[in-house]
Design a protein around this ligand. Structure first.
Ligand SMILES: Nc1ncnc2c1ncn2[C@@H]1O[C@H](COP(=O)(O)OP(=O)(O)OP(=O)(O)O)[C@@H](O)[C@H]1O
Ligand SMILES: [Mg+2]
Length: 530
C-alpha cells in the first residue's frame, strides 16, 4: 500500500470518527484538496475551500469544474470564515489553505474560534481541515487539533505523471520521451523525493532543454533534485568519493557495514531480514567517524544526506519541530538513502541541564527518536558523537540504533595502516619508510594527527629544496605534536570506561588498543588536567 494511499485512508478515518479539526502538513495543497474531494464524494459531504483571496466557497465536483474559482468576499477574513462554518447545518468538509501564518501570529481570535469549533463539531458531521506546508501549532491548540503528515508522491503517482507526459509529447515530432528498457524505472527513482509539481517542472525542463527525456537526462534530473533538497536549508546532498579502503583500521565496524550492503534489497526482505535502522559511532576526535559515514554511502551506492542539526534549531528557517519533521520527510522521499547526523551530541547534548530551550530540544529529540524507532522507510541513519556525558539516555536505548560502535585511538596495526593510506594518498610508497618506527612514535595519536604528521613531514622536505620526504621528517613532526590524547587524558579515559559496557568496539583488538603514551612521563597536575 502506498504511503499516500495510507494517509488518505487515515484522513478518511479521522473524518468518519468526527475529529473536528485536522491539520494536514503538506506542501502539495492540490493533492490534499483532491484527496478531500474524493472523501467528500464518498461520504456525501460538500467540500468548501477557503483561501485569503477567495474566502469560503463551495468546491465544484471535477465534472463541473468552472474556469474561475467561486469567490465569497464576505469570508475572506479567517475569523469570518471560521464563524460561517459554525452556522452550516449540513454535513461538510471545510478546507483552509495556507492557514499557518494565522496560527503563527498567535492571533487570539483565530485560536479561540478553532477551539470553539473543536468543541462544537465533535457532535456534528462537519470537519475543518487546515493545510499548510509547515506545522506551527500554538500550544493552546495542541489538544484540539489532530496533525496528519501527507507524504510526498510515491512511485505510482510519479509513474502516472511520467506516462501522461509521454502521452502528451507523443504528437509532437520535436520532442521524444524514451521510456524503453530500465529508463522508466530509473527516471522514477531519480524524481523520487520531489513533490508532483517539482517533478513535473524537472521533466518539463529536461524536455525543453534537450528535446528529449530518457536515461541520458538522469544526471540532469539529479542535479535539479540536489538543488531542491538544498533549498530546504536543512539537508545537504553530500557527494563523496571516499571508500572504505581509505579508512584505516576499524575492521569490526567496516565488516558490519559490508555485511549490510544489500540490506535494502528486495532479496534481503525476501530472506526475512529487517531493514537496518542505523548506527551510532561514539568516539575520540579525529579517528574516522565522519570518514566512515561518507564511505558507507559509496559502499552501499546510496545518496548521502547530511542533516545540519544547527539549522534544525535555526528559527529563521522555521519552527524547530517543523524543521525536523520536514528533514525526515525529505529523507524519506529520497529513500533508499543514508541520513548522516554528524555530532548529534552537540544538538541534543545538555538536554538534562538547565538550557532555557530544553522544551523545544526535548520535543525535537522525541520526534526524531519516535521516527527512528518506528520508521519503515529505507533511510539508514548514521550518527556520530564525541561527548557521551551529554547524550540523552533515550538515544542509546535498544531499538533506536542497530548498533553503537566505539571508535578508539588506533592500535599499532591500525596506525601502520593509516600511515600507509596517507603516504599512498600523497603519491609515496609506504615500503620506502620505516613504518615500525613511525608506528611507535605515533602512539596515542588519532588518525587525523597521523595524517597531520605526514603532511608536516612533506612540508619540511619540500621547504628543504624540494628533496624527497624521509622517515626522519615525519618522526620530527610527531615530536612537535602534542596529541589530543595527552591534553584530554581524563575525557578519553572516561569515554572508554563508559563505552566498555555499552558499546561494541569498532576495532578488532577491542577498546583501549591505542595506548595513551607518554603519560608516564607527563607531569600530572593535582586533581587532573582540565
Ligand atoms: N581511521 C582513519 N583512517 C584514515 N584516515 C583517518 C582515520 N581517522 C582519521 N583520519 C584522517 O583524519 C581526518 C579526520 O577524521 P574524521 O573527520 O573522520 O574524524 P572524526 O572521528 O569524525 O572526528 P570528530 O569527532 O572530531 O568529528 C580524516 O579526513 C582523515 O584524513
Ligand atoms: Mg566528525
Amino acid at each position: 500500500m502506498s504511503e499516500t494511499f495510507k494517509q488518505k485512508r487515515n484522513l478518511e478515518i479521522l473524518i468518519r470518527s468526527r475529529y473536528p479539526v485536522i491539520y494536514v502538513v503538506s506542501s502539495e495543497e492540490k493533492r490534499v484538496v483532491e484527496a478531500v474531494g474524493e472523501i467528500g464524494r464518498r461520504l456525501e459531504k460538500n467540500v468548501y475551500c477557503w483561501s485569503c483571496l477567495s474566502g469560503l466557497a463551495l468546491q465544484a465536483p471535477p465534472s463541473q469544474l468552472q474556469k474561475k474559482a467561486p469567490v465569497n468576499n464576505a469570508t475572506r477574513d479567517p475569523i469570518a470564515a471560521l464563524k460561517e462554518t459554525m452556522d452550516f447545518k449540513d454535513p461538510a468538509l471545510f478546507v483552509f489553505k495556507d492557514f499557518h501564518p494565522f496560527l503563527a501570529r498567535n492571533n487570539l481570535a483565530v485560536i479561540r474560534s478553532l477551539r470553539e469549533i473543536a468543541q462544537e463539531f465533535i457532535n456534528s458531521l462537519k470537519t475543518v481541515i487546515l493545510i499548510g506546508p509547515m506545522l506551527n501549532l500554538p500550544h493552546d491548540l495542541e489538544k484540539d487539533v489532530t496533525v496528519l503528515d501527507f507524504p510526498l508522491p510515491g512511485p505510482n503517482e510519479l509513474g502516472d505523471l511520467l506516462d501522461s507526459a509521454a502521452r502528451e509529447v507523443a504528437a509532437n515530432p520535436n520532442l521524444t520521451v524514451d521510456l524503453s528498457g530500465d529508463a522508466r524505472e530509473e527516471i522514477l527513482k531519480a524524481v523520487h523525493g520531489l513533490t508532483l509539481a517539482e517533478a513535473e517542472n524537472v521533466l518539463a525542463k529536461s524536455l525543453v532543454v534537450n528535446g528529449r527525456l530518457g536515461v541520458e537526462q538522469i544526471p540532469e534530473i539529479l542535479t535539479e533534485k540536489r538543488q531542491i533538497i538544498r533549498k530546504s536549508g536543512l539537508l545537504d546532498y553530500y557527494e563523496s568519493e571516499l571508500s572504505l579502503t581509505d579508512v584505516g583500521g576499524l575492521e569490526n565496524l567496516k565488516q558490519w557495514l559490508v555485511k549490510r550492503k544489500l540490506a535494502f534489497s528486495d532479496r534481503a526482505r525476501g530472506f526475512g531480514l529487517p531493514a537496518p535502522r542505523g548506527v551510532l559511532m561514539l568516539g575520540v576526535q579525529g579517528c574516522g567517524k565522519s570518514m566512515c559515514a561518507k564511505a558507507v554511502s559509496a559502499l552501499w551506492n546510496l545518496p548521502l544526506l547530511r542533516m545540519d542539526v544547527g539549522r534544525i534549531f535555526d528559527s529563521l528557517v522555521g519552527g524547530s519541530e517543523e524543521n525536523i519533521r520536514r528533514a525526515i520527510s525529505i529523507a524519506e522521499g529520497v529513500a533508499p538513502c543514508i541520513l548522516w547526523v554528524d555530532e548529534i551530541d552537540k544538538a541534543f547534548g545538555g538536554l538534562s541541564g538547565s538550557s532555557t530551550d530544553s522544551g523545544t530540544s526535548q520535543r525535537v529529540l522525541a520526534t526524531f527518536l519516535t521516527w527512528l524507532a518506528e520508521k519503515s522507510s529505507s533511510v539508514f541513519v548514521v550518527a556520530t558523537a564525541n561527548n557521551v556525558a551529554s547524550l540523552p539516555p533515550e538515544l542509546l536505548r535498544k531499538g533506536r540504533f542497530d548498533e553503537i560502535f566505539f571508535v578508539d585511538l588506533p592500535s599499532r596495526p591500525e596506525r601502520a595502516n593509516i600511515l600507509a593510506i596517507h603516504l599512498r594518498r600523497r603519491g609515496r610508497n609506504p615500503a620506502a619508510f620505516d613504518l615500525r618506527q613511525l608506528v611507535e612514535a605515533t602512539d596515542g595519536f588519532s588518525g587525523a594527527e597521523i595524517e597531520q604528521a605526514v603532511v608536516s613531514g612533506l612540508f619540511d622536505a619540500f621547504y628543504d629544496n624540494g628533496r624527497e620526504v624521509t622517515t626522519q621528517d615525519i618522526l620530527t613532526a610527531t615530536l612537535e605534536t602534542v596529541p589530543l590524547s595527552q591534553t584530554m587524558l581524563e575525557e578519553i579515559e572516561g569515554l572508554r570506561e563508559w563505552c566498555r559496557a555499552r558499546t561494541r568496539p569498532a576495532s578488532v583488538n577491542g577498546q583501549g588498543s591505542g595506548k595513551i603514551s607518554r603519560l608516564a612521563n607527563l607531569p600530572l597536575v593535582e586533581g587532573g588536567l582540565s
